[in-house]
Write a protein that binds this ligand. Structure first.
Ligand code: KG4
Ligand code: ZN
Length: 345
């Protein structure tokens, strides 16, 4: 089954062609993020305008690179929610229009299901279930127990900021550009993570939920109380990044460890989303799971961690296989969508 995936939930315009959920034939992304580096955030209307201009050329390029004509497609999978409404409308309108003109059915995909499926494309062997998936990005931080690609339950979620947001806001306090995760990771690589310490969030509660806003506030107070200013020549940027990154990652690993203890039947852990590109997090998770004889999977390419259309095509494939009634069914394009809708029981 050959699927064209389309993803436009934030400032990227992405299209990809994927066979059988796992063989990636093309992966094209046009990102407007460099327009917003100095603004520390995206301007929604501006992003949607850029996407309107490039959506059709990006799709054409994805088909060309995959050496595919529309009649060879079994479906078009498109991100339907959540995200920036104008951006989502560009992607879903294009998908609906092409569906009519090519006579290829369309399927709407929840963006988070795309991330959950992102360890599948390009993998040497298919993901095994039951698995625990730690999904970490700029918009969400969730722990899932999954019995298949599209079935499972939510074990825990963030009560405030997402971990990617904590990276981005921390980077802003430290004078680093947006998005903050890659910048903090780079500076942290040569820093001493023991130079500063941060509190452990929700440490007194028996929960699999996360909370990141306190860590960001602790960083702000630390800079204030120690009179550290980014303009100082001896500003300890690397050490601050290493300690802050470690505290964010340890909160994730702590919850993951608890989830594994509570679900001993699980043989695989998947870590997905933009923050799964973080090297320190990968090392900590691998160190946790190796002695437990649990397989850990990250997306097969760094480009599948951050927003991309490959994961949407793979998620579309999984949905068609497990819930065939959804193919060609009407769906809503929505800025917000409940996490409860991502997986079914
Ligand atoms: O999944 P994604 O591309 O978009 C959302 O759905 O949110 O994730 C973007 C987030 C940003 O917050 C960015 O700072 C973070 O992922 N990120 C990273 C790294 N690369 C991207 N965080 C930590 N380390 C990285 N290497
Ligand atoms: Zn995302």
């Amino acid at each position: 089954m050959r699927i064209l995936g389309i993803e436009t939930s934030c400032d990227e315009t992405a299209a990809a062609v994927v066979d059988d959920g796992t063989v990636v034939l093309s992966n094209v992304i046009s990102s407007a993020s460099s327009r917003y580096t100095d603004l520390k955030g995206v301007i929604p209307e501006d992003a949607a305008r850029c996407q309107m201009e490039c959506i059709i050329p990006v799709i054409q390029q994805a088909l060309k690179e995959a050496n595919t004509v529309p009649s060879e497609l079994s479906a078009i999978a498109v991100t339907r929610a959540p995200g920036l409404l104008g951006s989502l409308l560009v992607g879903t309108s294009a998908a609906r229009m092409l569906s009519l003109s090519w006579n290829v059915p369309v399927i709407g995909v929840h963006h988070t299901l795309g991330h959950l499926t992102s360890v599948w494309p390009g993998s040497e062997n298919d993901p095994q279930f039951p698995s625990i998936t730690l999904s970490v990005s700029g918009g969400h931080t969730d722990l899932w127990l999954r019995s298949s690609h599209t079935k499972g339950i939510l074990l825990g979620r963030t009560r405030d900021d997402a971990v990617g947001e904590a990276f981005d806001k921390g980077a802003s306090l430290l004078g680093l550009p947006y998005p903050g995760g890659p910048a903090i990771g780079k500076a942290a690589a040569s820093g001493d993570m023991t130079a500063f310490s941060f509190p452990k969030p929700l440490s007194s509660e028996d929960t699999l939920d996360f909370s990141f806003s306190g860590l960001k506030t602790s960083l702000r107070y630390l800079l204030r109380d120690r009179k550290l200013e980014i303009s100082q020549p001896d500003f300890p940027l690397q050490d601050l990044c290493a300690a802050y990154e470690h505290s964010l990652c340890m909160h994730l690993v702590d919850r993951l460890e608890k989830a594994i203890e509570a679900n001993p039947q699980v043989r695989e852990v998947h870590v997905v989303g933009g923050v799964s590109a973080n090297t320190h997090l990968r090392v900590l998770v691998t160190d946790l799971l190796t002695p437990k004889d649990i397989t850990v999977r990250f997306p097969a390419a760094f480009g599948y961690c951050t927003d991309n259309a490959v994961m949407i095509a793979s998620a579309g494939h999984a949905l068609i296989r497990e819930k065939p009634e959804l193919l060609g069914s009407p769906f809503l394009t929505e800025a917000t969508a409940n996490l409860d809708e991502v997986l079914s029981a």
